[in-house]
Write a protein that binds this ligand. Structure first.
Ligand code: RIB
Length: 326
């Protein structure tokens, strides 16, 4: 199996979390328990998910010159992530205000702060310094400026690396950004923004038709698992792992980090999606975005993510095992 690196280009936040009986509506106050502070940010979470699963991970992003920034950097360092390209800038570290309800659902408002200072030039020069190339997987999310995401994906593709775009959040995304992504990983709401509402399989096909550079769309379906729609294969519905969730914050990030780790290890996309679904399920069983993210041993012990892909999906050369080929 291969052993490429995972390079995450994305956001880092500190999450301030209140668990309440239910999520508030507009103009409403709900009362919950004591506030908890967790490490977060979609990019940071994705990097940690990949590192826990054994990938060599580097992170490209920015934190503020403040206590939150120091703590966020230390948390990534503690997971063995290369933070040499995590800049320290004169803006406050990103903060997410999170409410989690008794059904483990969440509501999140983000103050991006330093994440907004990630520039296209910084992202491109970091990828050049890391000498990314064939075998590496570059994973980008959208809590940093779109221009930086676009530049990172284009540079990574030009260098022969595989590229994953997690279009979260999808609002305001320049559609041209998608064209440099081998794999796009929206949830259903994000897919509706990108390709219109309706059936996930049909919307994924519309996205593929509109973006010839994209090889596959993987739609994350929450408690229903995921749907892999590749350009050259029938849709592959991946069922969820049976878990009892306590906090779904970061489940999508775990999915993306695990997907990148599996692809960097040389697994075919249908197999990587199965491991990612299993990892995301396990991530929901503990509080905080990163609390339940599994190690490779925990994922294997759960007996999940090793499943056999559907007929015709695991064939090398079918366009599913080489995300960079998109
Ligand atoms: O996806 C979950 C993450 O979204 C949280 O950790 C929060 O920081 C926001 O970025």
């Amino acid at each position: 199996m291969g052993s490429g690196r995972v390079v995450v280009v994305g956001s880092v936040n500190v999450d301030l979390v209140v668990v309440a009986p239910r999520l508030p509506g507009p103009g409403e106050t709900v009362t919950g328990g004591d506030v908890a502070r967790h490490h977060g940010g979609k990019g940071g979470n994705q990097a940690v998910a990949a590192a826990r699963l054994g990938a060599a991970v580097a992170f490209v992003g920015a934190v503020g010159r403040d206590d939150f920034g120091d703590a966020a950097r230390a948390a990534l360092d503690a997971e063995g992530i290369d933070t040499r390209h995590l800049a320290t800038v004169d803006r406050p570290t990103g903060v997410a205000l999170v409410v989690v309800d008794e059904r483990a659902e969440n509501l999140i408002a983000v103050a991006p702060g330093a994440n907004g200072a990630v520039t296209p030039a910084a992202a491109v020069s970091a990828l050049a310094a890391l000498a990314v190339g064939p075998g590496d997987v570059i994973l980008a999310c959208r809590e940093i400026p779109s221009a930086a995401v676009a530049a990172a994906l284009a540079a990574a593709r030009a260098a022969g690396a595989a590229t994953i775009l997690n279009p979260a959040p999808a609002d305001g995304l320049d559609p041209a950004v998608l064209d440099a992504a081998s794999v796009v990983t929206p949830n259903e709401a994000e897919l509706a923004v990108l390709a219109g509402p309706g059936d996930a399989g049909a919307a994924a096909r519309r996205l593929l038709a509109a973006h010839p550079g994209v090889g596959s769309v993987v739609v994350t379906l929450g408690a229903r698992g995921a749907l892999l729609v590749a350009r050259d294969a029938p849709p592959d519905a991946v069922p969820p792992a049976p878990v009892r969730p306590v906090d779904t914050t970061g489940a999508g990030d775990t999915f993306n980090g695990a997907l990148a780790a599996a692809l960097a290890a040389g697994r075919l996309l249908p197999v990587a999606v199965r491991r990612a679904v299993a990892a995301a399920g396990l991530s929901t069983t503990r509080p905080g975005a990163r609390g339940g993210m599994p190690t490779a041993a925990e994922l294997d012990a759960a007996g999940a993510g090793q499943g056999t892909p559907g007929a015709g999906q695991g064939t090398p050369g079918a366009g599913q095992g080489t995300p960079g080929a998109g």
